[in-house]
Design a protein around this ligand. Sequence first.
Ligand code: PNS
Length: 159
Amino acid sequence: MSTVLYPGSFDPFHLGHLDVVEQAVELFGAVVVAVMHNPDKPSGEMTAERRIDAARLACAHLPTVTVEAFGGLAVDAARSVGAACIVKGLRTPGDFEVEQQMAHTNFAVAGVRTVYVPCAPAHSHVSSRFIRDIARHGGDVSSMVPAAVAEMIARGAHR
Ligand code: PNS
């Protein structure tokens, strides 16, 4: 069994993220979900604390998964938890373009490898950006997030 790091902004943690975590548990054994800051996404909705709460609730049924906040670089977070590699999920060809550049950069600067897992087709349309938009306008996001996260959002407890 090895440990892998799954970094992301998780604003909020959705069913596509959960699918990636479950696949990574199956493939590697233990997963550290790293709640991080994406400088390209400054207009997030949830504080880091609420994003952690949501991810922990969503992964509560997975005993080898931990959720932690990290500042700085994903490669440093990976090293600090002794991760064998970084894991990322791919939904679309657009994801691949972004992720491949990050994976090559993370390997070039720190020798940390990235393994991609394909997101289940049922969740390929799910995106945190759209969930935030729908939730902001009072829409129903329950088909796109784990039940515990839907409940947080419905109560306004995600802010
Ligand atoms: O869920 P996201 O927003 O696509 O996740 C992006 C994230 C947080 C994984 C990425 O922005 C990241 O790795 N941030 C940490 C800073 C870092 O390592 N930057 C160098 C990237 S090559």
